[in-house]
Design a protein around this ligand. Sequence first.
Ligand SMILES: [Zn+2]
Length: 777
Amino acid sequence: MGKTMNCRLVLLSFILAGFLNSTGAAIDPQYHNNDEIYAEILAWQQLYPDTVRIDTIGYSHEDELPIWAVKISDNVHQDEDEPTVLFVGQVHAEELIGVEITLAMISDIMEHRFQYNPYPYAVWLQTLEIWIIPTLNPEGHQVVMDEWDVSFRKNKHDCNQNGIFDYSTQGVGNDSDGVDLNRNFPLNWVHGDPYLCSTGNEPFDYFRGFWPLSESETQALWELGERERFSFSIVWHSSRTGNYSEKVFYPWEWEDGKTPPDFEVIDSLGIQIAYTIPTLSGGNYYQPVPSGTAKGNQHDSFYAYFGTIGFLIEAGPGIQSPYQTALEVISANLPGAYHLLNRACGYGEMNHSQLSGKVTDIETGLPLPATVTIPQLDSPFLKTRTCDATHGRYRRYVMPSTYDVEVRMRGYYPQTRTGIFANPSGPPPYYDFALTPKPVHHLSGEVQSLGGDPLPCTLFIFGEDVEDTILVSTDGQIEVDLPEGEYRLVFDNAECVVRNDVINLDQDLYLIFQLSPSAILFFDDFESGLEQWIADGTNPYLVRWGTEAADSLWPGGMVATESPDTTYLPEVENWIEIAEPLNLSEAATASVRFQHWYYFEPGYDYAQVEVSTDQGDNWEVIAGPYWGQDIGWGTGYASLNDYCGLDDVRLRWLISTDASMNEQGWRIDNVEVAASDTLVSDTPAVQLPREYALYSVYPNPFNSSLTILLNLPYDQVTNVTVWDVAGRQVAEIYQGNLRKGQHRFTWMAPASQSSGIYLLKIDGREKSEIRKIIYLK
Ligand SMILES: [Zn+2]
């Protein structure tokens, strides 16, 4: 019944409002529909197959129409070591002009491809890779071009899952299906767009989608952005109200004047681009606007995640001008795009400054996708900038100044160069880095109960680099290869006090870690509110701590938060404290464990766990600070070993925020304080056996190489050999004097060796040991 009515309503309004757009005229037939877009770009590809390539980067969400990207460059089929620039003609369906601008741009570049005037077309083709997407929203474009609804904005996502495309031609913004693709990108997605949808969850005209990148269109662009790491981009829109017409938006100037670290270079380019594009009223130029918005748009997200300096241009005086007007908008906009291409390749009378170079492995010469940090241009808001994996190239467009460059890669020693001057003119200075690999060491050992039995647990290994974080599920045995360095180990067994260790892995280590069975001193799953807690803050009137029902991904029922069902308050420092002070006077070891997720403005707002041993006068941090996004549930840990023996230990969970950018905050559950009166060694002892020990042979069976770990109590002559089952010696792996301590051997079975069972024999001064090994080809 409902479906039928819906259809009739749609049909009726179609007949009534039908072919008229907001200006009362039908769409000028000279605007390109999808078939005409494809015919035109296909013609260019057929004419110049070495210079023009059409890629289908994805498909539209509902109708699975192809999304075409046109790559233009010499050697277009190769991924050359060149800066990449992205142009997108259309995101919002009713905004047609950008499609025409991008198609005109392809024509103009291809027609003048050998020329240097009035623009250096030939230089662009030789030195850049230009990517042009006429429309990111082909199914929405079809709705508009077929004049079902000329004020349609979104894709056709069937939000209410009724199997029907629900749209309305009654005014603008009443289309209940569809997602606003320029609200669906990750950065600040959570804020949504309050315009016409107060919670951000209503499927209305500015609907942000069901989660970040929930749409196949935004996913397709995201994957392209992640792969190509565009230096620059322009995405054309046009303003339906005219309120935003003829403006150039870029990242970003948020509340409190918060700007990103590249703002000076972004802002200067934004101003230059804007002042290249005359308005149709004549005389004046487009207005540069550092975007004040924070709601899941493409250009802010690409900048934060991939380093792309991106501009959103609201082109033309309206959305569907007569084509005669469109032609004027096109010719006004091309110079803005060309200014960006010149900046990308360092052409003309402008600031050329960039920092660039390659990062390779010093031994193999192969490119490395290393992390490159420029401390003068760093911010916790930006995802780490990495070199492209194909060329090892890093590239950053900067203002002329002096910079440092820090290069890090997991498994390599970091390198820094200081005082690099980025020239304002001429070719950029290239600073290459050849990184030296760190030696890899083997960490092995056993997690044990106090009685010495193997104990299953979850082991987290945190290294210097974020990428070092490793989760090991162990039945009690530890076997892991890690680059040399310092690591923090956290052992989590539900029945035991959490154990924290820091080890310096500068050689192969075999370690024994014992865990103490715990007594629970405190536990709260927040099912009865905050009964066991005191909520307080520096301004008691701004304390809102309470509980809310957990999201559907978390089975934990009620959870504690400062901001039940909303975002946190600005300029607060407040907390919940366990009401009853903890008595650790009998404890030999103690720990705290809790589940949480968080989302705080990076660099400005944060949460942490604190402890006080003087009745709350002074507090020190034992876990955190947590900031940025970690919106999957995870476990927080802290050791309380430093407070054992004290009878008044207070714990609190605190958030601290500044005046602007209020996010979802902190959700906490299952807070547990555990202690044991049994002392285990703080530092895991290296096992030095009285006799020599062959403590690990792995993998076994083995395929190409076998690793043998040996531990000697004193210096001795040692012989390591391999025998076949008929008693013939097959290989001698080592013979000679070995120092006491740990040793590691690797045996590569020769290709001629047949599969089967062999015997590994180790002869020491007082003892021989034989281990059966199986070789599988
Ligand atoms: Zn738009």
